[in-house]
Structures are given as structure tokens and as C-alpha cells.
Ligand binder design. Structure first.
Ligand code: CMC
Length: 381
């Protein structure tokens, strides 16, 4: 629809392309996601989160020396400033996790002398800090709220391994580390999704990376975006067991209620991130005694397939990441923070990319209110 200004009205920006990117490509009809041309399934099967982040930021995979150097740069930044640890200790134990993550990501700027330096070099250093410190602040808050001692990061571990170590205080198994790492690879980037676009709106004002990324955390927490993985688990818990699945789903579909973890604005085919994750979720569920949960999930998937596949509604990445996180023993309200931890890589990368050819993002509004309304003085109203 054309507006009075001649601009196109596009609710939800569904048909708008807002900028160019070389980071990720999505073909929603065919169910393809590539990071810099490499399909997501190959990356999930063979790559690590660190390697995928290098790819997204540098436009190519690192060689072994480059990867080792990049991992070292990240590991050198795992630790939190003492002031941020004080803030974590002062945070109420019942604070909502995503509000806490948003506040703590923003608080990192208070202890970074380069917070307002927007040179490309400083932005890369800040991106490394954001990716390296976000896992630490999530794990530290979780320990604090449970009344447990905060565990210092271990620079000999990968991001996934270090996170599980800091969270649990016990050695994670290799399968657990790999499972989390796969989830991090799969969530690292996804075009101009709502939170990435939020970060671009903020950075386009020539604000700073901390502001852009904390705003993005706020966008991510909504149930139509990153909050859906938590919604899936709430639903699975509400259903309870396999005998209740069919009745629950029948009621939901009759009432035309949305099923969390299904559907996507872009994918009208199977979300390519869900393919390997589904296989992985099954293995992990078997190893950890969570098969009933996995089996309930596959039953929901087949009911949904019969009911709505012809509308292009399939499981999205959140559907099987819920079972995966649950099998890893993560609390429900840590599911969306896991998404933030991973997407930090995409947010920072897109902001740095956008700044190379910056243009303030400022769409028009289709005004539908009245005109020429006479002003009535306060005393006459
Ligand atoms: N369950 C049942 N029906 C659905 C679902 C669902 N999850 N999603 C969409 N539909 C139906 C919807 O009812 C509508 O039907 P009709 O045309 O008969 O009115 C049609 O499909 C189009 O839905 P829409 O909400 O207008 O489509 P959208 O492109 O605006 O929404 C979405 C995309 C992701 C918001 C939506 O699919 C949804 O709410 N899904 C559940 C939440 C979810 O899992 N979100 C995570 C997305 S993946 C992670 C990420 O990248 O953020």
C-alpha cells in the first residue's frame, strides 16, 4: 500500500530489505541457512562456536593458527570486571534472567575505557569482550541467585565448556559440551531477525556496541522471538506425559492457538537449524534419561505436520533446543539467555558490518489520526 508520502506501508517490514550483509543467507522457501555461504548443517556438524564466530566476523573460516589465536583472544576476556561482579551480588535473587542479562550486558560499558571509542579496531575488541563475558555473567548470576559461590572462568576451556563449568562447578561430559556448542553454532546468526535489526537501529545512530547489544537482548526476550524456547518447555511441562499430548494439541488447534517452537517469519519449509538439532536432542535425551520428553516432542511434531504443514508451518530451531537445554540440566529461565549468549556473535558482527556503510535507520510512519484539530485551552476542557 502506498501512503500519502509515496512511501510503501509494510507492516512488520515483512517485504522490506533494510541493508546488505555478507554474514548469513536464508532461503525460507527451500529451508536454507548459510553463514558466509557455508550451509548451517555442515557448520553444526563440524565446527565450533568460536570457529563460526570467526567465520561470521571475517568472511572466511580460520586456519588452525588463526583459530587458536582467536580462541586465545576470547579466553583472555572471559573474566568480568570486579564492579560487574559486585552488581551481580547486588541483584535480587528472583530477578528475571533476561532483564538481568540485559542490565549486565549494558553494565559492561561502565568498566570499559573503550566504551565510546567507535573505531573499527576498538569495536572488534569490544565484540570479543561481549562474546567472551556474556557466558560468565549468565553463569555468575545463576550461581548467585542459588546462593552458591561464583565460579571464576577457566581460560583453558572453550566457550561452551567454560560456561557449563562455571554454571555447575563440576566437570561437564564431552557430549554435554558438544551439545551446547552445537546450539551456539545454530543460534549465532540469522539475517535481520528482530533482535539483530534492533541492534542495527541503535548502532545506526552512532551509539555504541554495548547499547546496541543490550537493546538486542531486550528484543530477543519476547515470546515471538528468543523467548519461544522457554515457551516450548513450559508447554511440554504443562502437557505432562505422552498420554496427554493428543488431547492437548487438539484443544490448542481447535482454539487456533499458536504452538511455541513452530512457524517462522522466513522459513516456510523445515527450519534447517532444527534438522541436526533434532538428531542431537534425541541422543542427548537418551543419554540423560529424558526420552519421554523427546518422544512427546516428536508426537507434537507429527500432529502439527498433519494439521498445518500445508501452511508452511514446521518446527523451528527453538522446538528441539528446548529438549536439548532441559537434558543439559539448564533451568527453564536460562534457555533464552543461551540464545543471547550465542547471538551476541551475530549482533556484534552485524553492527560492525553496518558501520562500514552507515545510514541512520529511520522509517516513516503512516499517520492515521485526525488533522487540523482546534486547540482547546486547559481551563475549557
Ligand atoms: N502454531 C500454530 N499456528 C501458527 C503458528 C504456530 N506456532 N505460527 C503461525 N501459525 C499460523 C497463524 O495462526 C496464521 O494462521 P492463519 O493464516 O490461519 O491466521 C499463519 O500461520 C501465519 O502466522 P503469523 O503469526 O501471521 O506469521 P508470522 O510470520 O507473523 O509469524 C512467528 C512468525 C514466528 C511469530 C509465528 O510462527 C509464531 O508465533 N510462532 C510461535 C513462536 C515461535 O516459535 N517463535 C520462534 C521463532 S524461531 C526463533 C527466532 O528466530 O526468533
Amino acid at each position: 500500500m502506498s501512503t500519502a508520502t509515496g512511501k510503501q506501508f509494510d507492516q512488520g517490514l515483512v517485504n522490506t530489505i533494510a541493508a546488505e550483509t555478507q554474514m548469513s543467507f536464508i532461503d525460507g522457501e527451500k529451508g536454507i541457512l548459510e553463514y558466509v555461504g557455508i550451509d548451517i548443517d555442515s557448520l553444526a556438524r563440524n565446527s565450533t562456536f568460536e570457529e563460526s564466530t570467526y567465520l561470521l566476523w571475517n568472511g572466511r573460516l580460520p586456519n588452525p593458527t588463526e583459530l587458536a589465536a582467536f580462541e586465545q583472544q576470547l579466553r583472555a576476556e572471559y573474566e568480568l570486571p570486579a564492579g560487574v561482579i559486585d552488581m551481580i551480588r547486588a541483584t535480587p535473587a528472583d530477578a528475571a534472567t533476561m532483564h538481568t542479562v540485559q542490565t549486565l550486558v549494558s553494565s559492561l560499558s561502565l568498566f570499559d575505557a573503550e566504551a565510546d571509542d567507535d573505531s573499527p579496531e576498538a569495536n572488534i575488541r569490544k565484540a570479543i569482550r561481549l562474546v567472551a563475558k556474556t557466558p560468565t555473567l549468565i553463569a555468575a548470576f545463576d550461581r548467585h541467585r542459588k546462593g552458591k559461590e561464583i565460579i571464576a572462568p577457566d581460560a583453558d576451556r572453550s566457550i561452551a565448556g567454560n560456561f557449563l563449568w562455571m554454571l555447575r562447578g563440576e566437570e561437564p561430559t564431552e557430549t554435554m559440551v558438544r551439545a551446547l556448542d552445537v546450539c551456539l553454532v545454530l543460534h549465532a546468526d540469522h539475517g535481520f531477525n528482530a533482535s539483530t535489526f534492533t541492534s542495527l537501529v541503535v548502532i545506526s545512530t552512532l551509539s555504541d556496541l554495548y547499547s546496541a547489544c543490550s537493546a538486542a537482548v531486550g528484543a530477543l526476550r519476547g515470546p515471538l522471538h528468543g523467548g519461544a524456547n522457554e515457551g516450548v518447555m513450559v508447554m511440554l511441562n504443562e502437557i505432562g506425559d505422552m498420554s496427554q499430548v493428543d488431547g492437548f494439541m487438539k484443544g490448542k488447534l481447535e482454539r487456533k492457538e499458536k504452538i511455541m517452537g513452530f512457524g517462522h517469519r522466513v522459513y516456510k519449509a523445515y527450519d534447517p537449524r532444527a534438522t541436526y538439532l533434532k538428531t542431537f536432542a534425541e541422543g542427548l535425551a537418551r543419554d540423560t534419561g529424558n526420552m519421554p520428553l523427546y518422544e512427546m516432542s516428536t508426537r507434537i511434531e507429527s500432529i502439527m505436520h498433519e494439521a498445518v504443514a500445508d501452511k508452511g508451518i514446521f518446527p523451528n530451531v527453538d522446538f528441539y533446543s528446548a529438549t536439548t537445554y532441559w537434558s543439559l540440566g539448564l533451568d527453564l529461565d536460562l534457555f533464552t539467555p543461551m540464545f543471547a549468549l550465542s547471538r551476541m556473535s551475530g549482533w556484534t558482527g552485524h553492527c560492525i558490518e553496518y558501520l562500514k556503510n552507515n545510514k541512520l535507520i529511520r522509517p516513516g510512519a503512516a499517520y492515521v489520526g485526525p488533522h487540523e484539530v482546534p486547540y482547546v485551552a486547559l481551563c475549557d476542557r
